[in-house]
Write a protein that binds this ligand. Structure first.
Ligand code: C5P
Length: 468
């Protein structure tokens, strides 16, 4: 059972020591992951400590391993807080930092490590860390336990949650601890919740582009076909422009939204899955009320995509600046990284499509060889998109890309129509450890880093575990 009280009590017990470190001027380092949930959680912890006058710095890492832990030790900080990572490396962290660290995370963790005094993990408090509590929500609860004034950070928890695809409740809603943060954001007037059309880029993209960009749900014949959607909408007579500017989905009136849905319904016709797809375009929309209209910061999902692009395109600091309130230079730099991110993903997907030999099928498992083609930082989003396509929705997709230092980066996802049972976090951990790599994550999405010379053995270890 979810135990928010237990989590709050734990933070209350930890707070005096952390506040003392802040007043004593101890050098504290927050280390976080580069994805949106990492940027939001790291920023929330950093901001809450900075506001208490702490001598605190914030760093991002693409992933954590023994080598990275060693180099962090070399920086000479007196206390270390890890957000959105660390759960599979507690022994290494203890060996390096002794008691001078704290992990705040939601990834799966072993029974032994979950009890560590240096770990606060969602699973220990009855939350499913893959659905009910992202790291940003775990970090947010820490921030508001330190000081209720930090409730202004609640939108970061919502952005982290939707970016980590935790909007898995009915109608794409947030649940568990994520919902608690959402309720705080609503009660402070910072966010509003409506049931509305969910198209990707609903606040910023021309309507036809928003429809064509939407892959959850997949709209057969429309997703990925910008020109076809434009022609369809022209025919329908829906006014797509206001003066010289393209209108957005969010700017449509209720009646116009209804007529857009009717047009799309007619286009989808009676094809298989059409009614599910249509139902799937409605869901909970989370709006950041104080962000400017027509920016990607107004819709929590767009905000999350923007942050993911910053992290994945090598400018996580820009994402952090945005989380901490910068709306000038950082926003324009982030928009640039977003367009590069989309371009990079499209290029990788079309590269894979033109080289089918890169897809190796073994029953319900598909190995995707992205070595030399897919940038390791884009591998996760690329594998997520592939797994959502009709071809792979019932599969477990395991992708690999060339990493640094003779290593291979692995990203894996379970399709939502997969008929078997698999816990990918566990599979990645065990298969990676079998080849002296590191791996872990969630039931439906996990990753690893392994030596490049051991790819075959790793693949065999994955197959043995997924098959049974
Ligand atoms: O990198 P990718 O997006 O594929 O990662 C999927 C999930 O697995 C993320 O939540 C990531 O933090 C987690 N992961 C992990 N340990 C690794 C690699 C990835 O927990 N070594």
């Amino acid at each position: 059972m979810a135990d928010i009280e237990g989590l709050t009590t734990r933070y209350r017990a930890l707070a005096p020591n952390i506040l003392k470190m802040a007043t004593d001027g101890k050098r504290i380092l927050v280390v976080t992951h580069i994805d949106a949930d990492g940027l939001c959680s790291g920023s929330a912890v950093f901001a809450s400590l900075k506001r208490k006058g702490a001598n605190v710095a914030l760093r991002t890492v693409p992933d954590l391993d023994a080598k990275t832990i060693g180099s962090l030790k070399g920086l000479g900080y007196e206390f270390h807080i890890f957000t959105d990572l660390g759960s599979t490396l507690v022994t290494e962290l203890e060996g390096t930092f002794g008691k001078d660290f704290l992990v705040m995370d939601h990834h799966q963790i072993s029974e032994a490590d979950i009890r560590s005094p240096n770990v606060v993990n969602a699973w220990a408090y009855g939350f499913d860390g893959g659905k009910d509590a992202c790291s940003s929500a775990i970090a947010y609860l820490f921030a508001v336990t330190l000081d209720w004034a930090n409730a202004d950070l609640s939108p970061l928890a919502v952005v982290g949650a939707v970016a980590d695809r935790q909007d898995a409740g009915p109608g794409r809603s947030l649940t568990g601890l994520n919902r608690v943060a959402l309720a705080d954001a609503q009660s402070r007037g910072l966010m509003s919740v409506t049931t509305d059309l969910m198209f990707t880029g609903r606040e910023t993209r021309p309507i036809h582009e928003a429809v064509a960009l939407t892959s959850t749900p997949l709209l057969k014949g429309l997703t990925g076909s910008k020109d076809a959607v434009l022609a369809l909408l022209h025919q329908s007579g829906l006014p797509l422009k206001d003066g010289g500017s393209w209108r957005t989905v969010s700017s449509l009136s209720k009646g116009e939204k209804e007529s857009l849905v009717e047009t799309l319904a007619a286009a989808l016709g009676s094809q298989e899955g059409a009614s599910d797809a249509l139902a799937g375009i409605f869901g909970e929309v989370y709006t950041l009320r104080f962000e400017d209209a027509f920016t990607p910061l107004r819709d929590a999902r767009e905000f999350g995509t923007l942050l993911n692009s910053c992290g994945r395109m090598g400018v996580p600091g820009i994402g952090i600046a945005i989380c901490l309130g910068d709306r000038s230079h950082a926003l324009s730099a982030a928009m640039k990284s977003l367009s590069e991110y989309r371009g990079g993903i499209n290029k990788a997907l079309s590269g894979l499509a033109s080289e089918p030999s890169r897809m190796e099928r073994h029953g319900s498992v598909v190995f995707v060889n992205g070595e030399g083609l897919v940038d390791e930082k884009l591998l996760g989003p690329v594998i997520s998109i592939l797994t959502s396509t009709p071809e792979f929705r019932d599969k477990v997709v395991v992708g690999r890309a060339t990493g640094r230092d003779a290593e291979v980066k692995i990203s894996s996802r379970v399709g939502d129509a997969f008929a078997g049972e698999v816990n990918l976090g566990l599979v990645m951990k065990e298969a990676a450890e079998a080849v002296e790599g590191v791996g872990g994550g969630h039931e439906m999405a996990a990753g690893a880093k392994i030596p490049s010379s051991r790819t075959e053995t790793f693949s065999r270890a994955v197959l043995a575990r997924v098959a049974g």
